[in-house]
Design a protein around this ligand. Structure first.
Ligand code: OXD
Ligand code: MN
Length: 589
């Protein structure tokens, strides 16, 4: 008798007709073997991996993708629920039967002449009752290796799955990397994702956005937990006390930097637990507990350097866990190292750009793609929390929500309580970034930074957040931040990066009840002088502006919020509609 997992593999073999099938066991020898093969294999006319300078970047490899395949493609991503309403206006929708027929047609025979890699994986530390199992098939060596870094692959997953039918199925083929034949189809009711035509992280590493967020959010809705686009950190104060925070920010808004922040204050340190996704459960004591389903970072290289994120640079230079992949950066030919804007001030003279061309410094274009990425094990991180494999997760005292906004949104404010925090998070707007294909810099609503990742109707998702608040006995405080305010000359008003620790220190004071607040139309502001600005050269007028409500700006903001809410009709919980009404009155709309 075959196990359900074996049956799935057989079914996939029949569909894809690969020359060979290889089931990953997760061993070190296996990773080494696949890495060797990848250095000799071409996909889409490119060598899959090239070894980089091991002295500078140990165990690191370079990957260049098709230039048409460099980011998530939201317009080709679908949530195929039985009805369109279940997917909600926040998702593209196709009827599940139609979607499956389309994908089966594309998948049929797509792996002829290729090897099908079978990746049994666990999301979350395998001992945790919150961890979940999946099996992905793929014909991409790059995807197989990346999944090995980003999740717990192999034996432990096979053992956990055993004879159970209860595992996520991820079906992936890179196909012919043709954007006209590229689809990422989610079937929440079937715990299934089908993805064709892309090798890009968020489209192809199906354990990540597809399972841990889109399908995960739906499972959380069914089972009473939350799957969120959030970092997890522990902030240690000089007295040794650690306060755990979650932080939700849209893609490419500094989540990874915040996840391994080096605070400006002596005696404070940040412990990293996750930089992208959190699974949050109500613990037995009624507090919220979070685990990171992932085992690696898939971070934006562009902009990362010793000045902006020294701990990430140390992570990339650590060789403990193998391999580290660099994708669509440039390469410095003088020493065979990956290079990207921000890693050094000097632009090296002999660079090959992300598209494999000789780089011309005067071209006015960057050498690395703005969404160039690294894939690296979390276990290489020097600030890794000792709690990383705690099966219970870590108890959360604060949730930080943010967006990227030039204007309107203050540097920080606090929500009065859980429900008003859910409202504040539901109205976030953010400027789009290079992490998704399409125009960069236009403001769109991105509630909880989940707009591209919520696998069901967002109106119901908001309601689920309110319900979690009712179930939990000890709720975290909710804070809203915006590190990206600009002045009239287009200069950032707040220095950001390490200096953000000043805001986090204030949040800890608030959690501990050590400082009061000032009420405003939108929420609670820090009291005068409550944010420790010692040693920072910032004008009082700037801080006053950063911590105030500009009613004229908010009048426009409220209209955008109203327009967004209107798309969901009465799916938006009444509580949230009432908050909006109240906000309009306070702003004077
Ligand atoms: C990511 C994203 O890759 O949010 O994390 O796009
Ligand atoms: Mn992300």
């Amino acid at each position: 008798m075959s196990t359900p997992m074996e049956m799935f593999v057989k079914e996939m073999q029949k569909l894809f007709q690969p020359d060979e099938v290889y089931v990953m066991n997760g061993s070190q020898e296996e990773v080494e073997k696949i890495t060797e093969i990848a250095q000799k294999s071409e996909v889409d006319g490119r060598i899959v991996l090239k070894k980089l300078n091991g002295q500078e970047y140990p165990n690191s490899y370079y990957h260049r993708s098709n230039p048409n395949d460099v980011a998530r493609t939201e317009h080709l991503t679908f949530v195929c629920t039985p009805t369109k309403e279940q997917a909600g206006p926040n998702n593209n929708w196709v009827d599940p039967k139609e979607a499956k027929e389309k994908m089966d047609y594309l998948f049929k025979g797509a792996m002829k002449g290729r090897t099908m890699y079978v990746i049994p994986f666990v999301m979350g530390t395998p001992k945790s009752k919150y961890a979940k199992n999946g099996v992905q098939v793929t014909d991409s060596l790059y995807v197989a290796l990346s999944m090995r870094v980003m999740s717990r692959v192999g034996k432990q997953a096979i053992e956990r799955i055993g004879t159970s039918y209860d595992f996520f199925r991820g079906i992936h083929s890179i196909g012919d990397v043709n954007p006209n034949r590229r689809f990422i189809m989610h079937f929440p009711q079937d715990n299934l994702v089908m993805s064709f035509g892309s090798g890009y992280g968020g489209n192809a590493l199906l354990g990540k956005k597809c399972y841990s967020l889109r399908i995960g959010s739906y499972l959380g809705y069914q089972e009473g937990w939350l799957a969120e686009h959030m970092i997890i950190i522990g902030v240690e104060a000089p007295d040794g006390k650690i306060t755990y925070f979650l932080g939700a920010f849209p893609s490419a808004c500094g989540k990874t930097n915040l996840a391994m922040l080096d605070p400006v204050f002596k005696g404070y340190r940040v412990w990293t637990l996750g930089d992208d996704i959190a699974w949050i459960n109500v613990g037995e004591d009624g507090q919220l507990y979070a685990i990171n389903p992932e085992a690696g970072f898939f971070g934006v290289a562009a902009g990362t350097g010793f000045k902006t994120n020294p701990n990430m640079m140390k992570t990339l230079k650590n060789s403990k866990f193998f391999p580290t992949l660099f994708t669509n950066t440039a390469v410095d030919n003088s020493n065979n190292t990956p290079w990207w804007e921000g890693v050094s001030d000097e632009v090296p003279s002999d660079l090959t750009d992300w598209q494999g061309r000789k780089y011309d410094k005067n071209s006015g274009t960057p050498a690395a793609h703005p969404n160039s990425r690294f894939t690296v094990s979390i276990y290489n991180c020097p600030t890794l929390s000792p709690e990383i494999d705690n099966p219970k997760g870590v108890p959360i005292s604060g949730i930080i929500f943010g967006g990227r906004r030039k204007s309107t949104i203050p540097l920080v404010y606090e929500a009065k309580d859980w429900n008003s925090g859910v409202f504040a998070a539901s109205i976030i707007g953010s400027e789009t970034t290079a992490a998704a294909s399409g125009q960069v810099g236009t403001v769109r609503r991105d509630p909880m930074a989940m707009l591209p990742f919520c696998g069901y109707n967002m109106g119901e998702y908001f309601n689920h957040w309110l319900n979690i608040g009712e179930r939990a006995k000890k709720l975290p405080k909710i804070f809203m931040v915006n590190w990206f305010r600009k002045d009239e000359d287009g200069k950032f008003m707040w220095p950001g990066y390490r200096e953000n620790s000043r805001i986090i220190k204030w949040m800890i004071d608030r959690i501990e009840g050590k400082t009061g607040v000032k009420e405003s139309e939108i929420g609670l502001f820090p009291q005068e002088g409550a944010i420790d600005l010692s040693g920072l050269d910032i004008k009082k007028e700037t801080m006053d502006k950063l911590l105030s409500v500009d009613k004229e700006d908010w009048k426009k903001e409220v209209l955008m919020i109203e327009e967004f809410y209107a798309k969901f009709g009465d799916k938006i919980p009444k509580d949230l509609r009432d908050y909006l009404k109240e906000l309009k009155e306070k702003i004077g709309v």
